[in-house]
Design a binder for this molecule. Structure first.
Ligand code: FAD
Length: 481
C-alpha cells in the first residue's frame, strides 16, 4: 500500500455512529470516504433518542436546526408502568438541572429519515459518501489495517487505502472480527418482536411524546409515538421464546399486546400497519454483546459494531454517536501528529468501555422489577454518589448527562436556561452501585454542554487522572495542561 493513501479515513457504515465519526473528521479537514451498503432512506429500529444525542452530538454535527424542522415528536421524558407500583409514573428530563430549558428534550424519530439527515449532513461537510457500496473485508498489512476491499454499486470489487478504518457497520456484519471477539451478555438474553400501529392513543399532554414502557408477565413492552398517528410497539421477552415467536411473529406480537393491559388499552382503536417499510413484524435477538477489543492499529469499532446493551432506556444511538465522537477525536489527534496512537486509543477504549459498563450495571438493576419506587429513588442517588434529590439523580442518569456540579459549564447553562418552575415530573429508578457512574455521566454531560456553550469554555476537566482531555472544540485530545 502507498505511504500516502488516497483517504485519511474510511468509514464502513453510514448509520448514526458512522455518520458522526465521518462528519467530525471532515470538520477537521481530513479526507473521508464513507461506504454504506444500503441506499438511504433505509429501515432501522431504535427510534427513541436521548437529550445528550440531540443537544450534544447533533449540535456538534451542525444538524440541530434541520432536526427541529423535521417535526419529529418531542420527547420530554418517559412514562413507566414498572416496579411494585401498579400505576404508571413519569419522569421529565426538565427535572435535571443540566437539561433545563431547550435542552431538556429529545426526539422520537423515524430512523430512516433521521439517519438520512445525518448522512446528508456528512456529505455537506465534505465526506465522500457512497451508498450501495458494501465493505467486504479490512485489509491488513504488516500488523496494521490499511484499507478495505469493497463491492461498488455496479457489483465490481475494488480496494481503497486509508490511514484509518472506522467500522460502524452495525450489529449484523462480521467486520468487527478483525478487531475483537464478540462476547454475549449472560444477563440480557432476550428477544424483541415489534411492529407499527396507526391510530394508537397518546399519553395526556404535555407527555404525548414520551416513550411508554410497561412491564408485564412475560417481559416488557415499548410504545413509542413516532408521528401524531404512528406508533412503534415492541415486546421484549426471554430468548427461550424466540423459536415460537419466529413461527408466527404477528400472532406473537398481538398476544403480547393482549397480555399487557396499558398497551392493549392504548391500541384498542388502532390497526397494525401492513404495507411499506413499517408493514413487517420484525424480530431481533442476541443484541446484547460487547467486543473484547475496540481498536487495533489502523482500525476502530463504533456503535453496534462494538457493543449494545438493551433497549429499555434507549441508549443505542447515544452509544453509537458518543463512540463516533471519541473515535473521531482519537483519529484526528493521531493524524495531526500531536499524540501517539496508543495513548489516544487508550483514552477512546477506556471511556467507551466505562460508558457501556455503567449502562450494563444500571439496566441490569432496572430488570429487577419488583422493587418499590422509594428504593429505586434511593438507589439512583447512591449510584451517582451525589446529594441531589433522588428523582433528579435518576433523570441525569437516564438522559446520559452528569450529576449537578460535575460539569464546568453546568451552572452557567442552568442559570441561562432553567425555567422558573418545572413541570410536574416524578422520576424513579436506580441501579446497582458503580464507582464509574459519576465520571461517565460527567463526560456525556460535558459533551452536551460543550455543544451548547460553544468553544470558548476551554478543555474539559478529563475523566481519568492519568488520561487525556478533549480540546475546546471537542474534536481532538490534549494532554492536561
Ligand atoms: P446502524 O444504525 O445499524 O448502522 C449501520 C449501517 O452500516 C447500516 O446503515 C448498514 O446498512 C451499514 N452496513 C452494514 N454492513 C455494511 C458493510 N459491510 N459495508 C458498508 N455498510 C454496511 N437505540 C436507541 O437509541 N433508541 C431505541 O429506542 C432503541 N430501540 C432498540 C430496540 C431494539 C429491539 C434493538 C435491538 C435496538 C434498539 N436500539 C435503540 C439500538 C439501535 O438500533 C442501535 O444501537 C443503533 O442503530 C446503532 O447505530 P450504528 O450507527 O452503530 O448502526
Amino acid at each position: 500500500q502507498s505511504a500516502h493513501p488516497e483517504f485519511d479515513v474510511i468509514v464502513a457504515g453510514g448509520g448514526p455512529g458512522g455518520a458522526t465519526a465521518a462528519t467530525l473528521l471532515a470538520k477537521r479537514g481530513h479526507r473521508v470516504l464513507l461506504l454504506e451498503k444500503e441506499r438511504f432512506p433505509r429501515y432501522q429500529i431504535g427510534e427513541s433518542l436521548l437529550p445528550s444525542t440531540v443537544h450534544g452530538v447533533c449540535e456538534m454535527l451542525g444538524v440541530s436546526d434541520e432536526l427541529a424542522r423535521a417535526g419529529f415528536p418531542v420527547k420530554r421524558g418517559g412514562t413507566f408502568r414498572w416496579g411494585a407500583n401498579p400505576d404508571p409514573w413519569t419522569f421529565t428530563f426538565a427535572l435535571s438541572r443540566k437539561l433545563a430549558g431547550r435542552t431538556s428534550t429529545a426526539y422520537q424519530v423515524d430512523r430512516a429519515r433521521f439517519d438520512q439527515i445525518l448522512l446528508e449532513n456528512a456529505r455537506k461537510h465534505g465526506v465522500d459518501v457512497r451508498e450501495e457500496h458494501e465493505v467486504l473485508a479490512l485489509i491488513e498489512e504488516d500488523g496494521r489495517y490499511r484499507g478495505v476491499r469493497f463491492r461498488d454499486d455496479s457489483g465490481a470489487v475494488a480496494t481503497a487505502a486509508a490511514r484509518y478504518v472506522v467500522v460502524a457497520a452495525g450489529s449484523s456484519t462480521a467486520l468487527y472480527k478483525g478487531v475483537g471477539e464478540r462476547v454475549y451478555s449472560d444477563f440480557f438474553r432476550n428477544v424483541a418482536v415489534f411492529g407499527y400501529f396507526e391510530g394508537g392513543k397518546r399519553l395526556p399532554a404535555p407527555n404525548e411524546g414520551n416513550i411508554l414502557c410497561s412491564a408485564f408477565d412475560d417481559g416488557w413492552m415499548w410504545y413509542i409515538p413516532i408521528s401524531d398517528t404512528l406508533t412503534s410497539v415492541g415486546a421484549v421477552v426471554a430468548s427461550e421464546r424466540a423459536a415460537t415467536i419466529q413461527k408466527d411473529r404477528e400472532g406473537a406480537l398481538h398476544g403480547f399486546v393482549d397480555s399487557c393491559p396499558i398497551v392493549r388499552d392504548y391500541l384498542s382503536e388502532a390497526r397494525r400497519v401492513t404495507s411499506g417499510k413499517y408493514g413487517e413484524v420484525r424480530v431481533r435477538k442476541d443484541y446484547s454483546y460487547r467486543s473484547t477489543r475496540y481498536w487495533r492499529p489502523g482500525a476502530v469499532l463504533v456503535g453496534d459494531a462494538a457493543c449494545f446493551v438493551d433497549p429499555v432506556f434507549s441508549t443505542g444511538v447515544h452509544l453509537a454517536t458518543y463512540s463516533g465522537v471519541l473515535a473521531a477525536r482519537s483519529i484526528s489527534t493521531v493524524l495531526s501528529g500531536s499524540l501517539p496512537e496508543a495513548e489516544c486509543f487508550r483514552e477512546f477504549e477506556r471511556r467507551y468501555a466505562r460508558e457501556l459498563e455503567v449502562y450494563h450495571t444500571f439496566l441490569q438493576a432496572m430488570y429487577n422489577i419488583n422493587e418499590s419506587e422509594s428504593s429505586y429513588f434511593w438507589e439512583a442517588r447512591k449510584v451517582l454518589g451525589t446529594d441531589q434529590p433522588d428523582e433528579e439523580a435518576f433523570v441525569d442518569l437516564v438522559a446520559g448527562v452528569s450529576a449537578p456540579g460535575a460539569s464546568r459549564f453546568g451552572d452557567a447553562l442552568r442559570d441561562a436556561t432553567r425555567p422558573e418552575s418545572l413541570d410536574e415530573g416524578d422520576a424513579v429508578f436506580a441501579g446497582e452501585g458503580t464507582r464509574f457512574l459519576g465520571s461517565v455521566l460527567r463526560e456525556a454531560g460535558d459533551l452536551q454542554l460543550r455543544a451548547v456553550a460553544g468553544e470558548q469554555d476551554g478543555p474539559e476537566p478529563g475523566m481519568f487522572p492519568d488520561g487525556l482531555v478533549s480540546s475546546a472544540d471537542g474534536l481532538s485530545w490534549e494532554r492536561r495542561a
